[in-house]
Every structure is written in C-alpha cells, then in structure tokens.
Write a new protein. Structure first.
Length: 520
C-alpha cells in the first residue's frame, strides 16, 4: 500500500467520525497521522474544521493558516479561514479573504452565504441580502440559502418575506425545522392554520433528530398558546426545554461561582483609585439586564433618537474582559487584578476599534448585550462617563419568556426551571450589589412602567442619556435599525400590554420556577 492509499484509508475513518460529530476523535487522529503525512493539506483543513466545530477558533485558525500557505488558492480553505476570522471578530481580515476567494470563484454558494453572514454581523443587511440573492441565483433549491434570507428579512422587520423564504426552505426539506421556528415567531395561529397542522403532523410522523424536534416543540408551544390550549402549550415547552437541556453542556454551579467571584473582586477594588478620570468618552449607552426583560424595546426607543446609533447585541465587552481578567476558564478571575494606565488605554482602544466597523460617525452608540450586567464594575472603571440603562421586568413574566424560547448559543440557564430561577436570583442579587457600590450610575427602567406610561418613562430615559427630547422615540416601531434577537416581532409593533402578567396563564404549571425565585 503506497502513501496515498494509506492516507485514503485514514481519511475514511476520520470523515466517518466527523459526520457523526465525534470531533475530539477527529482532532486526536489528525494530530497523530499529520506526523507521517505532513505534506497533505487536506489534514490541516479537516483538523481546523474540527476545531471550528468545538469552538476552538484559535486552533482552527492556526491549522487553516498552515493549509493556506501550502495551497494559497484553495477555496475551501480560504472560506474556512475567513469564517474563522469572523468568529474571532477579525472582521477586516475576514472581509479581505472572502473578497479574494470570491474573485476566484464568484459563484461559490458557501462563500456567498458566509460573506453575507459577515455583512449581517455589522448590520449591513443590504449587502447581506445581495450576497444571499446571488447564492440563490446559483442554486434556488438549497434550504440554507432561503433560511439565510429569512433571517435577514426578519431582522429588518419584513415578516412576509421572512415567512415566504422559510416556507420555501421547508418545502425543499421538511426537516429544516429552524424555518418552522422562524414562521412561528411572526404568526398568530388559529386552530386550522395550515402551518400549525403541518407541524403537528410532522413531529409525530417524521424521523427527526433532537435539534429538529426541539425547534418544532417550541414552535408548537407558541401555536397552542395562541389558540388558547395552555395545557398542550406547556407540554410542548417541557418537551422542547428537556431536549435542549440534554444537548447543551452547562453547570449552574459555575454561574454561582462566577457571581461570587465578581462580588468578591469588586468588594476590594477602590473605584476612586482605578476609575479612568481622563476618559472623556460619553458616546456609549449600555442597555442591560436579564434577557427578555425589554432590552430590545429600550434600544429601539433610544436608537430612534436622531443622535443615537443602535448597534444591537454586541459580544465585545465580554470578550475583552475574558481575555484580560480571567484565568483559563470563564469563572475564575486572575488572582491579582492590576488596572494600569496602559491597560485602560488598551481596553478602550480594543473596544472602540470593534465599534468602528458600524460606521456610526459621532453619534452615541448603544451596546445592548443583556448579560453585560455582570460587568458593570468594569464599565465603571473603563467608561465612567457611559450611560447604563438597566431593564427590569416582573421576575416570573421574565423567566417564562426565557423558558418559551430557544436561543442560538448562550443562555443555557434557560432550559431548566430550577436553573432558570437560580440564575434570576443571582442576577437580582448582583444588581443590588452594583446599586449599592455605585449609586446613581445605573438608571432602572421597569418594563411595566414603559408599557403603562410610555411618554413619561421615555422622557426619563432620554434625559438620563443627556439628550434633548426627540418625539421619534415614541414611534420606535418605525425604527429601521436591524434586530437580531427573538424580540424582533414585538419591537416592530406599538406598545401593547398583553405580555404583562403573562405568567398568570401558567400559574399552576411552573411550581419549581416559582418556588426557586420566591425562596431566594
């Protein structure tokens, strides 16, 4: 057996494991055989792809760079490396490489979709849709192309086109249940709704994997709630959350340790000695709180102001903090946190460099990552002139809204009633800690107050942000800022009151959640 034949035998084993999702095996096997097959570029590409799949983008990048040096015009490697740059927030490098690859093969569907995704990341939805449409002209029969278009149109508030493309994706592949979930978010169901009937039939008759099933369970829960069958809605929610919890790797104990560490660290930091007194930047508005507490609504209100740019849910603050202040895990701070002038400058420069890609000019910019509530102490140190708007909502309504949704990455505390209740209590306790540490730094906004007294509460928010009154803030539903979160449909409508006291409809169902929150 010659060397090529030996490699072919190894590759069959590797790809069999890759297809089943056994990426740890793939990584181990590739590392071993690369020693004897160093000249074969395919191994570096596969190894990088396996690292991609498990979220180890730094290692993925290393291997794709090795591969591209060996074969600089290989489209697959260029696509993989550019996608990895995107995951690492190296958008300029990703953009440059995608363009280079498309100059070689402008009809490569994977390239077109991935480049469109990059454009969507920076809120350039017009360009994103253009690239998705180019992919569609190459092949109109791929569900992933129509799903990409569906997500883009949903983010822009064009729900008809979003539903049209989701229906097309389902017609091409009935098991593409992410599209069912998209349709459900923008549909008010009645008992004879065609999509509702299709989902009921599909979930009992189709051979679906766990991810495909859970999407249907969440979509059906929404449909059953719409038609008033709350008992069946609850059954679907329980089934969907159980499946999701089986899939995700998560420990509420790690959250408890993280929150304890945060309070311990900032209990001993003298903020007057480390706060960046020279920071005159006043152009950031952080909107934070529990997810599903109204953060998207508040961002739409604030970014309706002529002098505010809505950047959406940004991951950058968390990434910078993790890189600078944590050990090898995301729960353990370094034993000694030193806040030097050099670190202050590097921290700010890194953050503002991320924001430049949004082309917001001199406008104030919103950063609406809800879980930034964990980092209020860091915001106080590095951006003391920033504005913090803390969104609050009735605890049970808030947690129910989380339990009724499935999220792409993160928020893994949402899929178990006990863990969800514990996380809410951790959040509530930490917010009390921040209020006591930095009185007056945080502006609380209660969702119920906004709903019941829209203009009065909106004027308070705009005043807190140091802005003149702009009546456009009352017509936030006309705001064209793209929305990437679950709240896109709600935030495109006028204020409504039906989500207040929503928990009462399920008051006999969520015993564990209620007891966990009430007994804290």
């Amino acid at each position: 057996m010659n060397k090529d034949q030996q490699l072919e035998k190894h590759l069959k084993v590797i790809m069999d494991h890759f297809k089943t999702g056994d990426f740890v095996f793939v990584i181990s096997k590739c590392k071993k055989i690369i020693k004897d097959f160093k000249e074969y570029v395919v191994l570096y590409n596969i190894l990088g792809s396996a690292y991609q799949k498990i979220g180890e983008f730094g290692f993925a990048k290393e291997n794709f760079i090795k591969a591209i040096k060996m074969n600089p015009k290989n489209i697959s490697i260029m696509n993989n490396l550019a996608s990895t740059y995107r995951q690492l927030d190296q958008f300029e490098k990703a953009d440059e490489l995608f363009k280079k690859a498309l100059n070689i093969d402008g009809s490569n569907i994977s390239l077109l979709i991935n480049y469109g995704n990059l454009k969507r990341d920076i809120n350039d939805y017009t360009s994103a849709i253009d690239y998705y449409k180019k992919a569609m002209t190459v092949n109109d029969n791929l569900p992933i192309v129509h799903f990409a278009l569906s997500l883009a149109y949903q983010g822009l508030g064009d729900f008809k086109l979003a539903i049209d493309h989701s229906n097309k994706a389902i017609s091409l592949d009935p098991k593409f249940t992410q599209a069912d979930k998209i349709i459900s978010q923008s549909t008010k169901y009645v008992s004879n709704n065609e999509h509702f009937l299709q989902m009921k039939s599909k979930i009992v008759s189709t051979d679906l994997n766990k991810n495909q099933k859970l999407n249907l369970h969440f979509a059906l829960a929404k449909a059953y709630e719409d038609i008033g069958n709350l008992d069946q809605s609850y059954i679907e929610l329980e089934a969907g959350n159980l499946l999701r919890r089986e899939i995700v790797q998560y420990s509420i104990d790690e959250e408890i340790l993280l929150f304890e560490n945060i309070k311990k660290i900032f209990d001993h930091i003298n903020i007057d000695s480390v706060e960046d007194k020279n920071n005159i930047s006043k152009n950031i508005i952080f909107i934070l709180g529990m997810p599903r507490s109204g953060t998207t609504l508040i961002e739409q209100i604030v970014s309706s102001h002529a002098k505010v740019f809505g950047a959406g849910e940004l991951p950058y603050l968390t990434k910078i903090i993790m890189n600078n202040f944590f050990e090898n895990s995301n729960i353990s701070f370094k034993k000694s946190i030193q806040i030097s002038d050099e670190l202050k400058n590097d921290f700010k420069d890194t953050y503002f460099n991320f924001l430049k890609r949004f082309n917001h000019n001199d406008k104030l910019i919103t950063d609406k990552a809800p879980l930034n509530f964990r980092w209020i102490g860091f915001i106080k140190i590095f951006f003391p002139n920033a504005k913090i708007i803390h969104c609050m909502r009735d605890p049970l309504d808030n947690c129910l809204s989380l339990y009724k949704n499935v999220f792409e990455g993160g928020l893994n505390f949402s899929y178990n009633q006990r863990e969800l209740g514990i996380f809410y209590n951790l959040y509530s306790d930490l917010m009390n800690f921040w209020h006591n540490k930095y009185p007056g730094f945080i502006h609380d906004v209660k969702y119920e107050n906004i709903v019941n007294n829209q203009e009065k509460e909106t004027r308070k928010i705009i005043k807190f942000c140091g802005l003149e009154w702009d009546p456009q803030c009352l017509e936030f539903y006309k705001n064209k800022t793209p929305i990437k979160t679950m709240s896109t449909a709600q935030a495109r409508n006028k204020i409504y009151k039906t989500s207040i006291n929503s928990f009462k409809n399920y008051s006999d169902k969520f015993t564990i959640l209620r007891e966990t929150i009430n007994n804290s």
